[in-house]
Design a protein around this ligand. Structure first.
Ligand SMILES: [Zn+2]
Ligand SMILES: [Zn+2]
Length: 299
């Protein structure tokens, strides 16, 4: 299977429209140490040319135009066979509304995520233009679902939160935020995508035999936003495990070997975006890569 990183930034993208932090300012100024990034999404494809999107970011149209393999060959036949949602956050779901041009879509999500989107939100009626416009396939934690050509996905629960817009309206559920195990039965390759993860519970089992891991790289430190004077929340308050520090993901996942380890969903404030920062150095010395838009893996 093929994996293409469509967008490697956390919600807001890089640069973020309302931000003049050192990173956003430097990338706007064209510094060679930084690359702009769109919001988090990964495409999984087969040699036959079928693809599914893992999350539909608000940047999805732009991401498709930069990926020839995802573009239609004739008429309105898209090679995108489905869209998988890992949670109900707008940076992962808003792109669905961008894909509303009357092409039937298959949507894979947990029931909790689906209900949070569809039942509370009149906008989504734009994806009910005809019967069968969106075919919903429920994802259940621990169950595999085939998506195409021998490729299957299996969700596992990640510690997380209800989406911001549902706070106070929906009770927390293990189905709010899932990671995905993506398996190719033909090449026997497995990739794990845990793009927004507060903790690594469930990850160890998911990683059994995996050849690639895409993991939450939102923040380097817990108090990153506070120290920059940009916010009052700590990383953990937003259900993200920071990369650095004693309890960070670099320490927690340090022993992993034989797996290609990639940080993605990187927030615009994170110093690992600077190719010459000590934090980027630390990540690379520990064997991790930092995802960029357009990065491809063949597994
Ligand atoms: Zn996100
Ligand atoms: Zn910024």
């Amino acid at each position: 299977m093929r994996i293409r990183v469509l967008g490697s930034a956390a919600g807001g993208g890089f640069p973020q429209w309302n931000c003049a932090c050192p990173n956003c300012s430097a990338v706007r100024a064209g510094s060679s140490r930084f690359s702009p990034r769109t919001q988090d999404s990964i495409a999984v494809g087969s040699d036959e040319g079928s693809w599914v999107l893992l999350n539909a970011s608000p940047d999805v149209l732009h991401q498709i135009e930069r990926a020839p393999a995802l573009q239609p060959r004739e008429g309105r036949k898209t090679p995108i066979r489905g869209i998988v949602l890992t949670n109900g956050d707008l940076d992962h779901c808003l792109g669905l509304l961008m894909l509303r041009e009357s092409t039937p879509l298959v949507l894979y999500a947990t029931k909790t995520v689906y209900q949070g989107l569809w039942e509370q939100n009149v906008f989504f009626r734009t994806l009910e233009r005809f019967q069968g416009h969106v075919r919903f396939v429920p994802l259940e934690i621990g169950s595999r679902v085939s998506v195409f050509d021998g490729v299957s996905i299996e969700p596992f629960a990640l510690a997380g939160k209800v989406p911001k817009h549902l706070e106070g309206r929906a009770a927390a559920s293990p189905e709010d935020n899932v990671g995905l195990i993506v398996r190719d039965d033909r090449s026997r390759a497995t990739a794990v995508y845990a793009g927004a993860a507060a903790m690594t519970i469930g990850l160890e089992a998911a990683l059994n035999g995996a050849s690639a891991l895409f993991f939450d790289g939102t923040f380097w430190s817990s108090d990153e936003l506070i120290r920059l004077g940009l916010g009052t929340s700590r990383a953990e308050d937003m259900a993200h495990l920071p990369i650095g520090g004693e309890g960070g993901s670099l320490a927690a996942l340090g022993a992993l070997s034989g797996v290609r380890k990639v940080f993605t969903h990187v927030n615009n404030t994170n110093p690992i975006l600077d190719s010459e920062s000590p934090e980027r150095g630390a990540v690379e010395r520990a064997g991790w890569e930092v995802a960029t838009d357009g990065m491809e893996l063949v597994l």
